[in-house]
Design a protein around this ligand. Structure first.
Ligand SMILES: O=C(CO)COP(=O)(O)O
Length: 247
């Protein structure tokens, strides 16, 4: 039985005054599911006490090397030192804005796992790929290229985030989500054998309180990676509740 995950990616939103939202999310956390918030790196250290031990705190990216002369970068060990337990790697915004290749995402995931973090690896097709009918091929290529051989159920989570669904209000149908999650599970099995059955696969892209229950009812959906609707406890709490109800 895979433990479900309600994850929030705050992206480049949030200052110290917003830590009260993390405390309010902690108050709404349900012991039946994992709740994770990935705030900007500047807030991680302060987010840990604000999370009251009931919300896990993660980073949004890490460097693939442990240290060095890399201005502006954050290593996986630094995230651990700040109190993070997870890190998102390969988000489509980083693949787009920082030209991160599958090989780079894989190196980052390996570095995260090596440092003791859980790597939350993102994959997702573009609108062009969806419309051309090549979604499953695109996902297979991206996941196979981004997945470390060292991945296990304990150190890796996959997030399926169709690029065209991120921040747009458009979501795939439950059948489309289930189809991709099933394909992801099959690729994980090919690469990792039975270990694959324990890896959580989250859906991300315009998840809201109003559509969460429908998404969580789809087969092989083990939770959500939520952007905009994770910033306020009043928006995120009902998503946590919907996930707990599906668990
Ligand atoms: O990119 C996302 C989470 O990583 C999804 O963002 P939205 O929930 O704002 O669409």
């Amino acid at each position: 039985m895979r433990r479900k995950v309600a994850a929030g990616n705050w992206k480049m939103f949030g200052i110290k005054a917003d830590l009260t939202e993390i405390t309010a999310i902690a108050a709404a956390a349900d012991p039946a599911v994992d709740t994770l918030i990935c705030p900007p790196a500047t807030l991680i250290t302060a987010a840990v006490p604000a999370a009251k031990g009931t919300v896990l705190i993660g980073g949004q990216d890490c460097h693939h090397l442990p240290q060095g002369a890399f201005t502006g970068e954050t290593s996986a060990a630094m995230l651990v030192d700040a109190g993070a337990t997870h890190v998102i790697v390969g988000h489509s915004e980083r693949r787009r804005d920082h030209l991160e290749s599958n090989e780079m995402v894989r190196a980052k995931a390996e570095a995260a796992i090596e440092a003791g973090l859980i790597a939350l690896i993102c994959v997702g097709e573009s609108l062009e790929q969806r419309e051309a009918g090549t979604t499953l091929v695109a996902i297979a290529t991206e996941l196979d290229g981004s997945l470390p051989n060292t991945s296990t159920a304990a150190n890796t989570i996959i997030a399926y985030e169709p690029i065209w669904a991120v921040g747009t209000g458009h979501i795939p149908t439950p059948d489309q989500i289930a189809e991709v999650h099933g394909r992801i599970r099959a690729i994980l099995r090919q690469r990792l054998g039975d270990e694959a059955d324990g890896i959580r696969i989250l859906y991300g892209g315009s998840v809201k309180a109003s559509n969460a229950a429908e998404i969580f009812a789809a087969p092989d959906v083990d939770g959500a990676l939520v952007g905009g609707a994770s910033l306020k406890a009043s928006d995120f709490a009902p998503i946590i509740a919907a996930l707990a109800a599906s668990a």
